[in-house]
Every structure is written in C-alpha cells, then in structure tokens.
Design a protein around this ligand. Structure first.
Ligand SMILES: [Zn+2]
Length: 69
C-alpha cells in the first residue's frame, strides 16, 4: 500500500492579524473622533505607536447614539 498522505498546501487565505487591522475612520461630525484622529496622527509622527493604537481603540469604541434614519 502506498502512502496516500496528501499535503494540503493551503493557499494564502485571510489572515487575521490584529496588529494590522485598518485603523478606524473618525465619524464625520464627531468632535471627539476628530480630536482622536489628530492625536493619532501626531502620535504616529512621533513614532508613539502604542499611543496611536490607543487612539484607534478609543475611536472604535466611541459610542454614537445619534443615528439618522
Ligand atoms: Zn465619535
């Protein structure tokens, strides 16, 4: 009996890299998100990536109750 072991070479599928998630975009019209976006841009200029990430997280978590129907 021959070996019928097939190696499935997985084609490069969707890889979930949390560190490479696209940064959230600030909600237009929201002052807080706008400020966070500016802080994030400044932090990126200074090379403060942890601070920039914090801004992104804060922005993504910022609640927006006003929803236009
Ligand atoms: Zn906001």
């Amino acid at each position: 009996m021959g070996e019928s072991t097939r190696r499935q070479t997985t084609v490069s599928g969707p890889v979930h890299l949390l560190d490479h998630e696209p940064p959230p975009e600030p909600t237009p019209g929201c002052a807080v998100c706008g400020a966070l976006a500016q802080q994030r841009a400044e932090a990126e200029r200074r090379g403060e990536w942890s601070r920039a990430t914090d801004c992104s997280v804060e922005m993504s978590r910022h609640p927006h109750k006003e929803r236009r129907r």
